[in-house]
Design a protein around this ligand. Structure first.
Ligand SMILES: C[S@@+](CC[C@H](N)C(=O)[O-])C[C@H]1O[C@@H](n2cnc3c(N)ncnc32)[C@H](O)[C@@H]1O
Length: 314
């Protein structure tokens, strides 16, 4: 496996290149989640003269992307930031992007490494989960588990993890806090086992860790604020591509892109159109794009990927 492929195998690469190549030949493509640089590399190789603004909040990912994209260094700028902040910067002086890509969630490398506790592989992994490695501030997963109320914990497990025993798990965590501090994955998995009254399966654990990760990194908030900022930073006919792996994220993307593509957004009861009246652009993906069976077989982690694309009006 090539260096960056060992770090993370990019998903739906042909589709990403195809949609982003429909943008105007003007400005940069912002890869807001550059990770190991797999998508960025394909864009540089396959879209002539393209230039990339490579963004990631994780300093380790950015270091990997710098290595992977070294042969194209004259065509890439790197920025360690949240993609919503980067989008705000990109649109500050008017549109500057021909395209933008968000490939949400975490990379395989982040899941596989133990020292930040994104996954449940090692019981001794610390419950940290901050993608920005602490530079952005914000609580760790351990702080949430040790400090939040039972109700808020139950709500979090339900909302982002769809955990069936959310309430019971929250109760068990609060009970245990009287005698122990949550520090490692093992602390949490022990509480989950008691709450479920059986050894939790891989899916239960994955849902629980995912819920915490989404909260720790404010992933829904970053997505919600980034979408309109990216839209405004695109040149006319610029293309936005988003790959989501969580149903809530995909729903947000779907509704937002659909709303921007409607000509009139006034409430039906209003006798005269009082809104902008014109669609801001068009959805390019009639139905959501999912990886083929062959891609899922070759890369099982692509299974939940859902891609949507939108093009700004001329
Ligand atoms: C699925 S990986 C992207 C992989 C990449 N497309 C590639 O080809 O290697 C997601 C990446 O996005 C980064 N990330 C997630 N949320 C972010 C945010 N709000 N702002 C910036 N980077 C983010 C993660 O640190 C991670 O490196």
């Amino acid at each position: 496996m090539a260096g960056s492929e060992a770090y993370h195998v990019p998903v739906l690469v042909d589709e990403v290149v195809e949609f982003l190549s429909r943008g105007p030949d003007k400005g940069e493509i912002m890869d807001g989640t550059v990770g190991g640089g797999g998508h960025a590399r394909a864009l540089l190789e396959r879209i002539e003269n393209s230039r990339i603004l490579a963004v990631d909040r994780d300093p380790e990912a950015l270091a990997e992307a710098r290595r992977a994209l070294a042969p194209w260094s004259g065509r890439v700028r790197f920025l360690q930031a949240r993609f919503d902040e980067a989008a705000r910067g990109a649109g500050m002086l008017g549109p500057s992007l021909r395209g933008a890509l968000l490939d949400l969630g975490v990379s395989s490398r982040q899941i596989d490494e133990d020292d930040r506790g994104f996954a449940f592989r090692s019981g001794e992994a610390p419950l940290d989960m901050r993608m920005g490695g602490g530079v952005e501030g914000g609580p760790t997963a351990a702080q949430i588990l040790n400090e939040w109320s039972e109700e808020d914990l139950a709500d979090l497990f339900r909302r982002y993890g769809e955990l069936p025993k959310a309430r019971r798990l929250a109760g068990e965590i609060v009970k245990r806090r009287a005698t122990e501090t949550f520090r490692t994955a093992k602390n949490l998995l022990d509480a989950l086992t008691v709450a479920m009254r059986r050894p939790p399966g891989a899916k239960d654990k994955a849902r629980l860790f995912q819920a915490l990760r989404i909260e720790v990194n404010q992933e829904m908030e970053a997505l919600e604020s980034a979408l309109p900022l990216l839209r405004d930073a695109l040149h006319p006919e610029g293309v936005l591509v988003v790959i989501a792996y969580h149903s809530l994220e995909d729903r947000e993307v779907k509704h937002t892109l659909r709303e921007w593509s409607r000509a009139c957004v006034c409430p039906p009861a209003l006798p005269v159109c009082a809104c902008r009246g014109e669609a801001l652009g068009e959805v390019l993906t009639r139905s959501v794009v999912r990886p083929s069976e062959a891609e899922v077989k070759a890369n099982p982690r692509s299974r939940s990927a859902r891609l949507r694309a939108w093009r700004k009006a001329a």
